[in-house]
Design a protein around this ligand. Sequence first.
Ligand code: UDP
Ligand code: MG
Length: 152
Amino acid sequence: MTLERTFVAIKPDGVQRGLVSEILGRFERKGFKLVALKQLTPSRELAEKHYGVHCERPFFKGLVDFITSGPVIAMVWEGDGVISSARKLIGATKPLEAEPGTIRGDLAVNIGRNVIHGSDGPETAKFEIGLWFDYSEINEWLPSDNQWRIES
Ligand code: UDP
Ligand code: MG
């Protein structure tokens, strides 16, 4: 395992439905470290860059309309294996196919309103962190209970 960082965002539906603390808590309780967090309503330019790989897909315009429609909680989480682990915590893209116990499996039904985004691999994580955050917004810190999180 290597120390990684990943980009996670609570989409406008998650914020509007009051699910921020529920979702943040799952990452905290898992033992990952929050190193950046901010709320913003993304610009169209930011949303189109973020979802650029999907620009030819039929759902692209609706997705960009939706993600720019309200507040997003943008975060960077750090930890061993956090990129793939965050994807497991989040669950499958289609919430009705996401396992119970996952965020989408527990909290969503509609693919267009699946409450959360997480980077799907190391390259994407690097790109998305750089897209949403300035380097100066990433805060290095050492948890006081670090001894309980890491193998000694
Ligand atoms: N999406 C959609 N309709 C689709 C496929 C995807 O609205 O048929 C949306 C959905 O919100 C999803 C996002 O586009 O989270 C990005 O799709 P991707 O396949 O990258 O899923 P994710 O990585 O979010 O699980
Ligand atoms: Mg994706």
